[in-house]
Design a protein. Sequence first.
Length: 458
Amino acid sequence: MSESHKVIWAEHALTENGWQKDVCVEIDSQGTIATVSAEQKPKGTQVGILLPAMANLHSHAFQRAMAGMTETRGPDPKDSFWSWRKLMYGFLQHISPDDAEAIAAFGQMEMLESGYASVGEFHYLHHQIDGTPYMQCAEMCERLVSAANTSGIGLSLLPVLYEQGGCDGRALKDGQLRFGNSFDAFEKLYNDAHRLIRPFSRTMSLGLAPHSLRAVSAPTLSNAVQLAKGGPIHIHVAEQEAEVQELKAATNARPVEWLLDNQELNSSWCLIHATQMEPFEAEQLAKTRAAVGLCPITESNLGDGIFDGVAFQRNNGVFGIGTDSNIRISLSEELRTLEYSQRLQHKGRAIYAQSARSNGRMLYDAALKGGAQALQRNSGAIATGRQADLLALDKSSANFIAVEEDQWLDAWIFAADDSLVSDVWSVGAHVVIDGQHIKREEIAARYKASMTALMQKL
């Protein structure tokens, strides 16, 4: 057997046909699942519980460096997202391209160790500190591509279009200067980014991210949709109440309501957060088949509010999960936080469970589907022809002694943590072995060096 052809044997695997025993998964040289066969004798790499690996549909890589630095109260007695944003802008005054690459690789490594095989990078740190473009306008995109090649994560690069400082069209200032582009300048950056990832088309792809309805005008948003040509379109929407009020004052419509009325939402779209929705918005949005990108840990950390998961589920809405600010990178905790927020909101238990599938299984299946859709990634299932984005859980863990099948997911998500993740493959590349990334020492050393130098500037 050639080195590029891999075989994974699992005692149990969650395949497209449900749970199966003694499953052999063959992966071809392109990182695609060639065959899936049950009731096979052990061979190749042997694991306990094999699952499709998740797509992390929303990340701001550089914010990983801020984790733990924003938990003191600001001057306003009622601290909020907006005071956190002020601290974030201050941090931006010092991050160099080398820093950005080191931070991104470290965060991606943690994502892989958590069980994510790919990430949608909502990338808006484009320019130098004063807003001047780098000599190569897509310099920061190139650093993200380089980081992904180091970590081995599948990358969906989502360059952000950030045009204005608010719905009134005011000019960008301070930290926003590093984000800003006219549409013409952004189009050049976007095309340069496309050329950057073309050599890595097996593991990377390109989408487009109008930052928010505050940061782009209506005509520019329409131009951006045309530029995407059917590729992924991700946009922050209805994250904070102040954002809702600003848009209502400018347009007499709420953010999700405005998008429903002014854009043809479909499965190419991913609306990030959407925590501030009225029931009619949740119902209508679900019917468009656009995904919602939920980031429950960050939404909790910033006090964004609680997504209307019950109404969205009732209308068969599509959702995936992301790590957003990367304050805490944990796949199981994102899902647990999502479910617990619904329990607190509706004063019930097992909100997402159905009669035939447990709570953990429902959450995992839904987020797999939504993440793959949002990144237009051929993943999300252990099935012939899908990309081999896979993870294994350690079946020998004491957490699994009294449970089986769907309950393995319940135990991982609600009773344990991501230390149960033993192995991860991204497009067939075995990047996490025995719970540790294969380049952990190298990536961590570079991150520590970068952070040490960066902290001396703050």
